[in-house]
Design a binder for this molecule. Structure first.
Ligand SMILES: [Zn+2]
Length: 480
């Protein structure tokens, strides 16, 4: 499989021959090598204008002028910049977070629901004429013509767009596994790779196939998990096998749930009860289960979600575009289950830009007449809370011992300014309300993936050309 879009020069080499870095505008770089390091294992982010994170007591903090010290992909220390704690000999790379107005650092965002290969089908959602159902039907025809290379190139397109929007972890829900794993490896994105255990379009997908992948999970770059497209499409026998796999391998199980009332009724017909009640009865209700959408859920079901600690991914843009209905956010708050909600993008057929900031704003607007979702809560849904729901461990906060997944945003930007300097927490509201700007730099597991707005691993210009060619080839195959 040719991978023309792979960039040949690693960041360290680019920095060594810094004259060429980012064209001629070297003065704009914030990167400085210390001595002649052989690798970039120890990085100091010096004097960031603000570090925004949820702290150990689950409270949102906006910390002015802080430094972050990273060793081997893990945050070692976070401290006020005036304390010169780390000596130069313990640093390979210095990142200047202070100059030219400074940088705002947030945890990398966490996307709870995506279908990455569908990126190749982007123009299927034009929403100009015709209704969305017709368009989804057409899209499925195009999708049926996709080949392994199309899945790969689509997933690379998806992951790189998400990275530019500050997302460092993605839960992928799809029927193919290997191309998504390869795309994760090429982009160094953290990917939970939930492969369908039951699929109409890919009849080869069975619980046995999923188990073969789970058995060799250490061989893969991504983290394997299990998905089901809709509960009612699976048989009791298949669901029993899936339940055993979840238990034996302690993996996540994700599914589209109660996206519309039709599917709920299909579930009632097959299992005798509504979605969440059926999950309880089938032994699939638990903290390893993550439901996307969960729109048509009764109050009793919300209480069951709380009781069984089931994770929920809220996708307001997708729900609006597909006329799925309105997620019962206030009922989740009432039942104390709102801490089990994170956000997702869905695919490009269900959302405009693959970012979470606009999804957070959409969440706020969608529920505003019944419940005001606070900016602090929205920020948690994109970071710390999502990490808990997806069982990521020490991820999603900027604290010592946490994984160095970080997004770097320019403060001197219309997405942040003007803000109230006496109450800098207003930056979080600004960021969510006036979002849509891409990261300046992005770090995944202590490695800079985007520097000075350029992707270090993927040649985006080449990638876009290849995406376009692959897309047209797909349309030609469909016409034949
Ligand atoms: Zn979906």
């Amino acid at each position: 499989m040719s991978e023309m879009f792979k960039r040949a020069t690693p960041l360290l080499e680019t920095l060594r021959t810094a004259e060429d870095f980012n064209g001629k505008s070297r003065a704009h770089t914030r990167y400085q090598l210390v001595g002649r390091p052989r690798k970039l294992g120890r990085i100091l982010i010096q004097g960031s204008a603000f570090v925004i994170t949820v702290d150990g007591k689950n409270k949102l903090q906006v910390l002015p002028r802080h430094s972050i010290y990273i060793v081997g992909g893990v945050i070692k220390d976070v401290y006020p910049a005036r304390q010169k704690k780390v000596p130069l000999e313990k640093i390979d790379l210095l990142y200047d977070g202070a100059k030219r107005g400074g940088i705002v650092v947030t945890p990398g965002f966490i996307n709870g629901h995506a279908h990455p290969p569908m990126y190749l089908l982007r123009s299927s959602m034009t929403l100009d004429k015709g209704d969305i159902r017709e368009q989804v039907t057409k899209m499925a025809l195009l999708e049926s013509k996709m080949r392994p290379r199309d899945f790969l190139i689509g997933a690379v397109g998806d992951f790189t767009e998400e990275q530019k929007n500050g997302i460092t972890t993605i839960l992928s829900h799809y029927a193919t596994f290997e191309p998504i794993d390869r795309a994760a490896e090429l982009t160094h994105e953290n990917v939970i790779n939930a492969i369908s255990a039951v699929s109409n379009s890919h009849p080869e997908n069975t619980p046995a196939l999923v188990e073969r992948i789970l058995k060799q999970r250490k061989r893969y770059y991504s983290t394997p998990a299990i998905s089901i497209h809709y509960l009612h499409k699976a048989s009791r026998v298949e669901l029993k096998k899936i339940r055993e796999l979840v238990k034996r391998y302690r993996v996540l199980l994700t599914m589209h749930a109660a996206e519309n009332e039709e599917w709920v009724q299909a579930c009632v017909e097959k299992f005798g009860s509504r979605t969440v009640e059926a999950l309880v009865e089938l032994g699939l209700a638990g903290s390893h289960t993550v439901l996307s959408h969960a729109v048509h859920i009764s109050d009793d079901e919300v209480r069951l979600i709380r009781k069984h600690k089931i994770g929920v991914v809220h996708l307001p843009t997708s729900n609006k575009l597909h006329k799925s209905g309105e997620f019962h956010y206030p009922e989740f708050v009432h039942a104390g289950a709102d801490r089990q909600i994170c956000l997702g993008t869905d695919s490009v057929i269900s959302k405009n830009s693959l970012d979470l900031l606009s999804e957070a704003l959409q969440t706020r607007i969608m529920h505003l007449d019944r419940h005001r979702v606070l900016y602090e809560d929205l920020f948690k849904m994109m970071t710390s809370q999502a990490a808990e729901i997806l069982k990521l461990g020490r991820v999603g906060r900027i604290l010592p011992g946490y994984r160095a997944d970080l997004a770097f945003w320019k403060l001197k930007d219309r997405g942040f300014l003007p803000y109230n300097e006496r109450n800098p927490v207003s930056l979080v509201g600004n960021m969510i309300t006036h979002s849509g700007r891409m990261v300046r730099d992005l770090m995944v597991r202590g490695e800079f993936i985007i520097s000075n707005r350029l992707h270090n691993l993927i040649d985006e210009s080449e990638l876009l050309l290849e995406l376009q060619q692959a897309h047209m080839a797909l349309r030609t195959r469909l016409r034949r």
